[in-house]
Design a protein around this ligand. Structure first.
Ligand SMILES: Nc1ncnc2c1ncn2[C@@H]1O[C@H](COP(=O)(O)OP(=O)(O)O)[C@@H](O)[C@H]1O
Ligand SMILES: [Ca+2]
Length: 506
């Protein structure tokens, strides 16, 4: 006769079931917390040529694969100019970040500070300073790094992004926000048609990035970036034009008009009635124009506006070189560009300017957009200046005619958008998070976008609740039925030590 197992008593079975339920509950509570509580955070500082902005991102702390949605929860605009403007006093560049960093300490829960990664990426302003004076650029980085190391966050370094990175991460952001990356693509199927191109206009550089059927990278490898995201391969065309941000192009346009060193210029890109004294040294103090400085000129010149869009367009065209192209096709300055494809999202200064001008509706024919801008440019400065424009700096107000003209010229003459393809552009500021390179940069550095598609989708809330209910009922009835079933359920769970306790029962 089989000897009775001494562990096989109602009390031990009861204790085992209670212990099993406790572990089950802990497991489920853990899953609950992972899904609905205690999010993780990441902070990115965008050190642009005109200003620095801080973005705080938040996402659910998920266990196995990083598929939780990343959202921007807060942003802070650093007071003062971009960090490259502190070349002569680098310490101030570090100090300028402190107010936003204190704000970050309040927005990220203190228990998460230590594990929250903090990145600073600098763009074209620092690229130019690095070309002009690499010692000064190093000193600025030293100062900002020292300042950020003092924060309680996990500082991961400050660096200059290459133009290619800036363009590519802008593209990742736009497509992540549009939810374009997770679309399932069958084997050998071309997924390029389903992504959105990215157009980024800054103060010192501008980027264009898109996926095109006509581009495999062979004609111009420098413009090619390959990604594998959620199981899809993307061969991205990207180019960054240094000096073609709107502030540097304005310098180039002014340089074009002042090459003979006159005391006064009559500028079609500024409103009639506008008149300001400007300094030659300040105007030519940039590697984008410094070589063109007139040999002899007075200290200052008077910048007078005459408000003519069509003449402004001709002037703006003079900053592009369309004469050379060693490839099958080019945008400008001899840079290869494949045929435009797909919808485009245009952000940063593209949005600020077109939004101010009330020209973000691209279903309006391109010709009508030009006519509206021509009317705006011919508005006298006195009228523009005195109309209420809450929160808009006078400097921006004076420049919108120029900036709008540059945007239309860059898009049509530079990148070859036609009346038809212009309608595929969306001017965007935000799609839940700000459009810009920062989100894509953080997603990449935190490995948040897996190369392969996740096997199991994250449980939605309803799915989670029914999962818990089902398991509870299943375990309860199963355990009551027999100790053997209880043992099986223990193996089904992930608690091997508990299974060992039950071993002697069988
Ligand atoms: N409200 C606004 N109206 C017009 N232009 C703006 C506004 N806010 C920001 N900008 C412009 O947007 C551009 C942002 O460029 P930024 O990101 O600083 O430079 P980069 O990306 O070249 O390093 C600058 O030219 C800045 O002047
Ligand atoms: Ca920028």
């Amino acid at each position: 006769m089989k000897e009775r197992n001494p562990w096989h008593t109602p009390l031990t079975i009861f204790i085992a079931v209670v212990v099993r339920f406790s572990f089950l509950c802990l497991n489920e509570i853990n899953l609950f917390f992972v899904l609905f509580c205690c999010p993780q955070y990441g902070i990115v500082l965008d050190a642009g040529s005109s200003h620095t902005a801080m973005y705080i991102y938040e996402w659910p702390a998920e266990k196995d694969n990083n598929t939780g949605r990343v959202e921007q929860t807060h942003s802070c605009k650093v007071k003062g100019p971009g960090i490259s403007s502190y070349a002569s006093d680098p310490k101030k560049a570090g100090q300028s970040l402190q107010v936003c960093m204190k704000e970050a300490e309040r927005f990220v829960p203190s228990e998460r500070h230590e594990e929250t990664p903090l990145y600073l990426g600098a763009t074209a302003g620092m690229r130019l300073l690095n070309i002009e004076n690499s010692t000064a650029s190093d000193q600025v980085f030293q100062a900002v790094s020292e300042s950020l190391q003092k924060s309680p966050f996990s500082f991961q370094g400050a660096r200059i992004l290459s133009g290619q990175e800036e363009g590519a991460f802008g593209w990742v952001t736009v497509n992540y926000l549009d939810d374009r990356l997770k679309q399932v693509c069958a084997v050998d199927m071309d997924c390029s048609g389903v992504t959105t191109g990215a157009l980024d206009l800054g103060g010192a550089s501008t980027q264009i990035s898109f996926v095109s059927d006509a581009f495999d990278g062979s004609e111009s490898p420098n413009n090619s970036v390959n990604f594998r995201l959620y199981g899809n391969d993307y061969n991205l065309y990207t180019h960054s034009f240094l000096c073609y941000g709107k502030d540097q192009v304005l310098r180039m346009a002014l340089a074009h008009q002042t090459k003979s060193g006159p005391g006064s210029i009559s500028d079609p890109c500024f409103h009639n009635g506008y008149s300001e004294s400007k300094n030659y040294m300040t105007l030519y103090n940039s590697p984008c124009v410094s070589k063109r400085k007139p040999v002899s000129s007075p200290a200052d010149f008077t910048h007078v506006g005459k408000g003519n869009f069509y003449q402004c367009q001709e002037l703006v065209k003079s900053v592009f070189d369309f004469t050379q192209c060693k490839y099958t096709q080019c945008s400008f300055n001899g840079v290869y560009q494949p045929t435009l494809q797909g919808p485009f999202g245009a952000f940063s200064a593209y949005y600020f300017v077109m939004n101010f001008l009330n020209l973000t509706d691209t279903s309006v024919p391109l010709q009508s957009v030009k006519e509206a801008l021509a009317r705006y440019c011919s508005t006298p400065w006195e009228t523009v200046r005195t109309l209420p424009h809450p929160g808009i700096k006078l400097k921006y107000l004076a420049e919108y005619c120029f900036s709008g003209t540059y945007i239309l010229t860059l898009l049509t003459e530079g990148y070859n958008f036609t009346s038809e393809t212009f309608s595929k552009i969306r001017f965007i500021k935000q799609v839940s998070s700000d459009a810009g390179w920062t989100l894509g940069y953080m997603l990449n550095l935190t490995n948040m976008i897996p190369a392969e598609a996740p096997d199991t989708p994250l449980l939605p809330h309803a799915g989670y609740v029914s999962h818990v209910c089902f398991l509870f009922v299943f375990y309860l009835f199963g355990s009551l039925a027999s100790p053997q079933t209880c043992l099986l359920l223990c193996f089904h769970g992930n608690l091997v030590p508990l299974a060992i306790i039950f071993h002697s029962m069988t």
